[in-house]
Design a protein around this ligand. Structure first.
Ligand code: SF4
Length: 141
């Protein structure tokens, strides 16, 4: 049965791009600080290799993907797995509107990168709230 109280936040692996690091940092901010009671994360690699538990998670809970670039590896893999994609976000979209927050390197995104991650995390947290409110209303309506 689908659970609307817990949203799965799935960042891409983003190994070679500072925007990938930003996406992971934003994910940790949401699941550990902003919405710890209503969100958790999942390793994209588990989903890609067809891990049963990971598949169950994306089938049973609404998912928000966070991709580091327009290739959207996280979003596409959640869709391929038949997951309940509620929203797909891209770090590059947020950066487009905040060019002053250029992340520095993969290993250290610097203060601008951390600010970009916080901004993205706040957007994701609002999405979490919206999904819960909307699905709750659907259930009651
Ligand atoms: S979406 Fe872009 S940054 Fe993320 S894993 Fe794919 S290619 Fe790398």
């Amino acid at each position: 049965m689908e659970s609307v109280r817990e949203i799965i936040i799935i960042p891409c692996s983003g190994i070679g791009k500072p925007t990938g690091t930003v996406g992971r940092a934003a994910t940790y901010e949401v699941v550990e600080k902003l919405r710890p009671a209503n969100s958790k994360t999942l390793c994209l690699a588990l989903l890609v290799k067809g891990d049963k538990e990971a598949l169950n998670m994306v089938h049973q809970h609404p998912c928000i993907t966070i991709d580091g670039c327009p290739l959207e590896c996280a979003r596409k893999n959640v869709e391929l797995a038949g997951g309940r994609l509620a929203c797909g976000m891209k770090v590059t979209d947020v950066y487009k509107d905040h060019k002053e927050l250029k992340p520095e390197t993969v290993l250290d995104i610097g203060e601008p990168g951390r600010k970009l991650a916080r901004l993205l995390a706040e957007m994701v947290a609002r999405e979490v709230d919206d999904i819960i409110a909307k699905r709750g209303a659907e259930k009651n309506g």
